[in-house]
Ligand binder design. Structure first.
Ligand code: NDP
Length: 437
């Protein structure tokens, strides 16, 4: 806290993890675990750079770019790039820290990292986005290698941006067909199911949790989703497939509430709005069956949901919203976004009797899991069929749930199970590498 008072979200992520590990710290090997935790909380390396690019008026513009190479204990640094005006070193450190444990849970040999820029893609032309991505990669490319650091997408970075960055990487390095980015197009080394993976993985885990804890399936369950980006769209799609009622989607301006549940036509309208037109949800209010509320979010409205699936951004659910969700009888909160629930709201869910609470590092691990599979396919120079990737994704989410369940059976919670399993794997590897003793 003394060292990083200007990085509150990073401190929040570390505190959340430390709270979940307190039993370990007080246990027989506690001194070692504390040392390992302190080592894990300090990134191995942070690269910061200037990104200069030209706007449509021919003017030079400057942004800040970063890559936080947090932990290479389990394998190459792996984690997305975020382009959003709120990005700074502290936000990327929080995301990179979470990523270490999430990647450990996938069972794949992946270290943790995160990067991005304070560039705001909103309102930028396609040419401006392309020139920014090229300028960003001109700096970043010297630090990437399939066995060193392999970034992917995150907020503001989807297939289009990954394509432009990979294009620039190929131009500069003359290396083609190497997996230095994941989330690539199927035309140049992408994996089937990668765009869908985070959202689908979240719903696979939700289905497992609902089956095992509530002994029911998702049919007709009222599910609130926040966001309308990559994770939210594919979470909604899988929920529709499973017969659940998707009650909401949102963006940073407002929320659409589907009182009778989202339809397949509504889903197409949202996907078109966000992917083709890069528009606001307000622009499709006359095209969907739901009602648009400007300035609201799924968590600010007093509505009964069975399941809350936050898929937008960090700290979107605060204590007040959490209390409202519990009062309205929410049965489960499973996080698609990273740290969408703030510390006070987490405390509310932990105390609420019988509410299933699964932190993002477990429930959104499907994205990086399939990124890991994309790396394997690139290394083999092969493309696996979508059924195979989907089956592996399903298997991964199942495994992660079983790890959490083990902790629950020995008196803990699902949340503690997720945090512990990830931490123990990294701590043990650090001891074996001789990095902490
Ligand atoms: P996208 O950029 O595709 O979508 C983000 C969505 O969240 C948009 O609807 C956006 O609305 C909304 N949003 C962003 N910031 C805010 C804000 N401050 N307040 C309200 N709404 C906001 O990103 P992704 O779907 O890829 O990522 C969403 C979350 O999932 C992030 O937390 C990310 O770290 C996490 N995640 C993503 C993975 C992936 O594979 N993509 C993997 C694992 C986790 P608007 O368009 O108005 O900005």
């Amino acid at each position: 806290r003394r060292k990083y008072p200007h990085q509150p979200t990073f401190l929040q992520a570390v505190e959340e993890m430390a709270l979940a590990l307190s039993d370990l710290f007080d246990g027989p090997d506690g001194d070692f675990y504390q040392r390992a935790f302190l080592a894990m909380a300090e990134p191995e390396r942070i690269i910061a750079f200037r990104v200069s690019w030209m706007d449509d008026n021919g003017k030079i513009r400057f942004n800040r770019g970063w890559r936080v190479q947090f932990s290479s204990v389990l394998g190459p640094f792996k984690g997305g790039l975020r382009f959003h005006p709120t990005v700074d070193e502290g936000v990327l450190k929080f995301l990179g820290f979470e990523q270490i444990f999430k990647n450990a849970l996938t069972g794949l040999p992946l270290g943790g990292g995160k990067g991005g820029s304070d560039f705001d893609p909103k309102g930028k032309s396609d040419g401006e986005v392309r020139r920014f991505c090229e300028a960003f990669m001109s700096e970043l490319c010297r630090y990437l290698h399939p066995s060193t650091d392999v970034p992917a997408g995150d907020i503001g970075v989807g297939g289009r941006e990954i394509g432009y960055m990979y294009g620039q990487y190929k131009r500069i390095t003359n290396r083609h067909g190497v997996g230095v980015l994941t989330g690539k197009s199927m035309n140049f080394g992408g994996s089937e199911i990668r765009p869908e993976a985070t959202g689908y993985g979240l719903i696979y885990m939700t289905k497992i949790a609902v089956q095992r804890k509530l002994n029911r399936n998702l049919t007709d369950m009222r599910c609130a989703i926040s966001g309308s980006g990559n994770v939210a769209q594919f979470a909604a799609k899988k929920l529709l497939e499973f017969g659940a009622k998707v009650m909401t989607v949102s963006d940073s301006n407002g929320v659409i509430v589907f009182e009778s549940g989202m339809t397949a036509t509504d889903w197409d309208a949202v996907s078109d709005c966000k992917n083709k037109h890069r528009g606001r949800l307000s622009s499709i209010q006359d095209k969907v069956s739901g009602q648009y509320y400007d300035g609201e979010s799924p968590w600010s409205l007093d509505i009964k949901y069975d399941l809350a699936l936050p898929c937008a951004t960090q700290n979107e659910i605060d204590e007040k919203s959490a209390r409202q969700l519990v009062k309205n009888g929410v049965l489960g909160v499973l996080e698609g976004a990273n740290l969408p629930t703030d510390l006070e709201a987490q405390a509310v869910f932990r105390k609420a009797d019988g509410v299933i609470y699964v932190p993002g590092k477990a429930s959104n691990a499907g994205g990086v899991g399939v990124s890991g599979l994309e790396m394997s396919q690139n290394a083999q120079r092969l493309t696996w069929k979508s059924e195979k990737v989907d089956e592996k994704l399903h298997g991964m989410m199942d495994e992660i749930y079983s790890m959490m369940e083990e902790a629950e059976l020995s008196g803990g919670t699902l949340e503690q199970g997720a945090n512990r399993a990830g931490f123990l794997k990294v701590a043990t590897a650090m001891r074996e590498l001789g990095w902490v003793y």
